[in-house]
Design a protein around this ligand. Structure first.
Ligand code: FES
Ligand SMILES: [Fe+2]
Length: 351
């Protein structure tokens, strides 16, 4: 069961083209993505209403899609407009069409009640197209449930273990700083600050800070449903007011994550890394991306292994410890929202 009345990321803008159809399973539904001749993105159910052939196997004729099996044709709104072997088109001959929006280099899709789709509710990922930042990202395929990925991102206590050889030294040492968890409506914030400390190797490498520098450093996470996690990581010259909001003496990296269920046990993981320093030096952006990419592959291996065990015994008990606080809060928020949505009797419920 997934939350449906919300925006998910369906694709990077660079993944969807004119004259080319892309099939992607999202929330257990086959979705066809393409660009019309005017460049606007269309998302249709990728299942012909005749005998359920994937429309993505067919052909684009202008802005219409022709099914490869028996030639039924659909317009960009999903209505059947042509049946080769008969004059009349039966009422209701159509496939679902989904509201889509293009923002921050991502293509967003609304898979719930189309009347409720409101673009102003799309989460803020402006770092990906703001000239004050340089960013680079990708899509990864995760062989595990999307909430395992959310938990992974909200609990950074795994860094010294899963990422022993990659990101371990970016972790703020335990006991050095209190972690503050905060619930803000349907959002979870996890804040970590440490004052007057040596520069972590990650920022020595990327931002050219020296070993002798002392910094205030932070690693602050924000979760918003269904599965967006933004992590604000940075350092500033010690004592220059960063914890109070003045980052003029600092450098920041944002790790930006949008997690979209494919099925109950697989996930599309869209992420990017953005920096406000060395913006004219692509090698820094590449280095940051590669570092995090390598670490995420380590996460994906762990999540795949977790999912295998979960499949063997889905009802096995899970022990929660203190560092799970953020992940547990996120799960509760999603569960509650899904319950609310189900009670509201969604038109698509039970599909
Ligand atoms: S299955 Fe599409 S036309 Fe028959
Ligand atoms: Fe990780």
């Amino acid at each position: 069961m997934f939350l449906r009345n919300c925006w998910y990321v369906a694709a990077w803008d660079s993944e969807v083209h004119r004259l080319q159809m892309t099939r992607r399973i999202l929330l257990n539904e086959p979705v066809l993505l393409f660009r019309k001749s005017d460049g606007r993105v269309v998302a249709l159910e990728d299942r012909c209403c005749h005998r359920h052939a994937p429309l993505s196997m067919g052909r684009l004729k202008g802005d219409q899609v022709e099914c490869r099996y028996h030639g039924l044709r659909f317009d960009a709104a999903g209505a059947c407009v042509h049946i080769p072997w008969q004059e009349s088109i039966p009422p209701g001959a159509r496939v679902k069409s989904y509201p889509v929006a293009e923002k921050h280099h991502w293509i967003w899709i609304w898979m719930g009640d189309p009347a409720m789709a409101d673009e102003s509710k799309i989460e803020d990922f402006h770092w990906m197209d703001d000239p004050g930042w340089r960013s680079k990202g990708e899509r990864l395929h995760v062989e595990g449930n999307y909430l395992l990925m959310v938990e992974n991102l909200l609990d950074l206590s795994h860094l010294p273990y899963v990422h022993a050889t990659s990101l371990a030294d970016t972790a703020i040492p335990k006991n050095e700083i209190p972690v503050r968890y905060e619930r803000d409506g349907d959002r979870v914030k996890v804040q970590r600050w440490v004052r007057d400390t040596p520069v972590p190797p990650y920022f020595r490498l990327l931002a050219g800070l020296s070993m002798e520098d002392r910094v205030d450093r932070w690693m602050n996470l924000e979760y918003s449903p269904p599965a967006m996690v933004r992590i604000d990581i940075g350092v500033a010259k010690a004592g220059t007011g960063a914890p109070e909001g003045d980052r003029s003496q600092g450098v920041t990296t944002w790790n930006l994550n949008a997690i979209t269920p494919e099925t109950g046990r697989s996930t599309h993981y869209f992420w990017a890394q953005a920096q406000d320093f060395s913006r004219d030096d692509p090698s820094i952006s590449d280095a940051d991306f590669q570092l995090v990419h390598g670490a995420f592959l380590e996460d994906l291996a762990m999540i795949k292994a977790q999912q295998e065990n979960i499949d063997l015994r889905p009802d096995a008990a899970r022990l929660n410890i203190a560092s799970d606080t953020g992940g547990v809060m996120a799960r509760r928020i999603v569960e509650r929202m899904i319950q609310r949505e189900q009670k509201a009797v969604l038109p698509t419920a039970g599909d």
